[in-house]
Design a protein. Structure first.
Length: 274
């Protein structure tokens, strides 16, 4: 039992110390890559020629705004071209109103066809705006490969210790550590696959719109607007007068009844005096 615990501690310690160094057990896709600085020109070690520098891993995205007479037709051209270069459309949205429409297409295209796709899309309308971004993930990708190699070496050693366990307590300890290591491996492997996918396929979002109608007003429009405003003012005044008259009618009726009764009383008194 003490031997197993000691080996586990040594493995964890060595794993932390080697976390930043590549391992012989690293996956083939990492082991075959050389991310040396291209500016360094390559160095020879032990008489062996330096390997050719590996391309940087860049996640590239672009957004483009186009103006076209028929956004739907231009959108169909974008979709057809994306499918032609073995890409795929992620999302398509349509928006519109009085005199305008916008078709937005979000697509994923092979990284090797990124520049050609942008050039092609520019021909589908008048470019209103364009933005191209790149994120270098080379260092993170290489670091993940090195750490995955270390964790897989630890996993193999834990499997050996599990086979050598003699007691239930030793078995539980080793299985617990093995489960933790495998969880770390799954997380790193998932991130590595994500980065590989993001660099292999680039994202391009194209928004194609019609030209908005001009909102500038001429002198004739001002005159028409002035008459319209005058008409609205007259309507408001007339409506106000009607409301006032309607409100005064009940009061006039009450006052009329009161005056009629008063005059009747006065006449009676005058007739009585005679």
């Amino acid at each position: 039992m003490r031997k197993i615990i000691l080996v586990m501690l040594l493995l964890v310690t060595s794993g932390c110390a080697k976390d930043s160094a590549p391992s012989a057990s690293a996956p083939a896709e990492f082991a075959k890559q050389d991310f040396s600085d291209p500016a360094a020109g390559g160095e020879e070690t032990e008489g062996k020629p330096a390997k050719a520098p590996q391309e940087r891993m860049i996640i590239r995205t672009a957004t483009m705004s186009l103006v076209a007479e028929t956004p739907d037709a231009a959108g169909h051209k974008v979709t057809a071209y994306v499918e032609q270069i073995k890409g795929y459309v992620v999302e398509t949205t349509n928006e519109g109103g009085a005199g305008w429409k916008t078709v937005t297409i979000k697509s994923r295209v092979p990284a090797a066809s990124f520049d050609a796709a942008l050039e092609t899309f520019r021909g589908f309308g008048e470019v209103n705006s364009e933005q191209v971004l790149g994120q270098d993930v080379t260092e993170e990708f290489v670091d993940l490969g090195a750490r995955l190699g270390v964790q897989r070496a630890l996993e193999n050693r834990m499997v050996e210790l599990l086979a050598e366990s003699k007691t239930v307590e030793d078995t539980i300890r080793v299985e617990s550590e093995l489960a933790r290591i495998r969880e770390v491996i799954e997380t790193m492997d998932g991130r590595s696959r994500f980065l590989a996918d993001q660099t292999a396929m680039s994202t391009i979002t194209v928004a194609i719109s019609t030209k908005r109608q001009s909102t500038e007003k001429g002198f004739g429009d001002d005159i028409v607007a002035a008459f319209g405003d005058a008409g609205e003012i007259m309507e408001t005044v007339i409506a106000g007068l009607i409301r006032v008259v309607a409100a005064l009618i009940p009061i006039a009726i009450v006052v009329g009844i009161f005056l009629f009764g008063l005059f009747a009383i006065l006449r009676r008194r005058k007739a009585a005096k005679k």
